[in-house]
Design a protein around this ligand. Structure first.
Ligand code: P6P
Length: 337
């Protein structure tokens, strides 16, 4: 019998709800439904390779990217779970061109909208590399009962009510924040519950890991090239040279750096002038977690959380992690702009 003190995700959500005097349980219910969807997706991922769920669906998504079968499955599971919560009136997901409006009477009264990347890094699934779900929750701008509009989903990151990610890795974890710190829950498959395993996560102000796809080096801005060389120099007073760690799965690379200290970089480059990562459902939620854990996230000039989105799928250069390391890359980008 494991002898750890079990605080399940639902225990924790209810416990923390007491911190919100006017909370009526709507956000709690939404978070609970995200947890349920995560368990369902985890079940399929853990069997990937054994059942006919890996590989391409033969379709391409709105961005012309090959859609994996698990992409489609995860997208549908999260959309259905958010609809059934009755607290969410619409969802913007990476897999759909436009926002999905819930016309169901109950859901149309929902107070929240959700932006989600249902399965980030899905091309890695066939090779057993960790993947993740990334989500962001906002209070709607439109009135309850009104039809959800595009601008409900185009709010700056500082307006997030909650955000987080699920990492389907050697163990499956759900990490989230409602603006009062970051907490991590590990799925215990024997009881089918996410259990509090990483309370009050704080990311070190400095780290010794940098995460970037150095295969794009020749396409990077000068400041990024100089920063990478800075990471590789020997400096007797600091921990440099840093260690290079890059899995090619945002949630996995970010999560490791969050716990150990480090910086994740996806710069703009000649191939993708705005960077590759999506502002609304990748950069903003990760930036929210980084900042809530004492770290930072920038597009190289301003905080990610202050960017006012203009479209659902817009991309942004992205630098996130330990505060002092993110400050340093900003210095290099400014100096060599
Ligand atoms: P590259 C996965 O496709 C993803 O969206 C992120 O999870 C990851 O950080 C990035 O792209 C990897 O991109 O160009 O280095 O393969």
């Amino acid at each position: 019998m494991e002898n750890y003190n079990i605080t399940t995700l639902n225990d924790f959500i209810i416990l923390k709800q007491k911190d919100f005097p006017y909370a009526k349980g709507e956000l709690s219910s939404l978070l609970h439904h995200i947890g349920t969807a995560a368990k369902m997706v985890n079940k399929k991922i853990s069997k990937a390779g054994l059942i006919d769920i890996i590989g391409s669906s033969g379709e391409v998504n709105v961005h012309g990217e090959n859609q994996q079968k698990l992409d489609v499955y995860a997208d549908q599971v999260f959309i259905r779970s958010l609809l059934s919560s009755g607290e969410c009136c619409g969802v913007a997901t990476e897999e759909n061109e436009n926002e999905i409006v819930f016309s169901d009477t109950n859901a149309s009264e929902g107070k929240y909208v959700v932006c989600i990347d249902p399965l980030d890094g899905s091309s890695n699934i066939d090779f057993n590399v960790s993947v993740g779900t990334i989500f962001s929750i906002y209070r709607r701008i439109t009135q309850r009962g009104e039809k959800v509009r595009n601008d409900d989903f185009l709010q700056e990151g500082t307006k997030q009510v909650a955000a987080g990610y699920i990492i389907y890795g050697s163990s499956t974890m759900l990490v989230y924040s409602t603006g009062f710190g970051v907490n991590g829950f590990t799925l215990d498959p024997s009881i089918g519950e996410f259990c509090l395993s990483h309370p009050d996560i704080k990311t070190p102000e400095d780290g010794s890991i940098y995460s970037v796809n150095e295969g794009n080096y020749i396409h990077f801005p000068e400041g990024v090239k100089k920063y990478i060389k800075y990471c590789q120099e020997i400096d007797k007073d600091s921990v440099r040279p840093y260690t290079s760690r890059y899995i090619g799965s945002l949630v996995s690379d970010f999560h490791r750096n969050l716990l150990k200290g480090g910086i994740f970089l996806y710069p703009e480059n000649e191939i993708t002038p705005k960077g590759k990562l999506r502002l609304v459902y990748e950069c903003n939620p990760i930036a929210f977690i980084a900042s809530q854990a004492g770290g930072r996230a920038t597009n190289g000039s301003i905080s990610i959380l202050e960017i006012i989105p203009s479209s659902l799928h817009q991309r942004s250069p992205f630098y996130a992690g330990s505060k002092n390391m993110v400050n340093k890359i900003e210095e290099f980008l400014h100096q060599y702009r």
